[in-house]
Design a protein around this ligand. Sequence first.
Ligand code: NDP
Length: 284
Amino acid sequence: MTAQILDGKALAQELRAGFKERVAALAARGQKPGLAVILVGEDPASQVYVRNKVEACAAVGLHSGKWAYPADVDPAVVLAKIAELNADPRVHGILVQLPLPRQFDAAAVLEAISPEKDVDGFHAENLGALVQGNPRFIPCTPYGVMKLLEKGQVDLAGKKAVVLGRSNIVGKPMALLLINAGATVTVCHSKTRDLKFHTANADIIVAAVGKPRFVTADMIKPGAVLIDVGINRLADGKLCGDVDFDGCKAVAALITPVPGGVGPMTITMLLANTIEAAEREAGL
Ligand code: NDP
């Protein structure tokens, strides 16, 4: 068997084309969705992510603003900026690029963002709504995974899904979305015993571990659906995922590549959340 490849780049382009129409509908009512991005410190990866987000906004007609601070900034300065952005009617979405430097209480910063503008979906109120199966904003990466599964026509009801990783931004919200979609979900992490027992029984595996080529062909069952969230930079500078793509594609039925799988979907769903916020405010 050779797996069908779920192309996140193509799906992202398809969705973004639809966003332009929604932005045009808002423009006809005198509204323009706006995203505010806060970046603290000089982490090169964070700088690339923020630049990509700002460029993606411009490409679909959203306005965006970036506020960059040195790594040693007083957290009070950032909290004051968040308060200002919360009150600014031109801003529909606010995101703080993670990770934050050590002097920050990251949870307190995320809680300072108005839940109505929390387009990353990390605020406790929004995570609570997701737990209840009635989300306001779905965290962008798991949201992108759900869109990929939908595109691949993966029927989740009654399926066994294994999520590798239990972070607040990927693993946990991913598990909730799969549960809400009717899958029977197992969440594995670094303390899980006999990981292969779980993965070998899974119809769907979402890997968000942060270890290159962690999921190998011998760990999966024939015909499995493999969604690779991992982004790992190898010594030669190339990117690879948490799944051994070349080995697993001979066993799986559907697989996402890295790059070109989940990555492009994450920013796409950030745009979706920002547009949704503006539409909600416009009463659409
Ligand atoms: P974290 O480091 O926060 O979480 C990693 C998770 O993997 C933890 O829950 C950890 O368990 C678990 N883990 C570590 N080792 C093992 C192991 N041997 N067996 C099973 N589980 C293990 O990472 P994130 O969730 O933030 O990100 C995961 C990956 O996804 C990274 O590569 C990241 O770069 C990528 N990513 C990609 C995005 C995209 O847009 N494509 C967006 C966000 C992240 P424990 O909790 O016990 O420590």
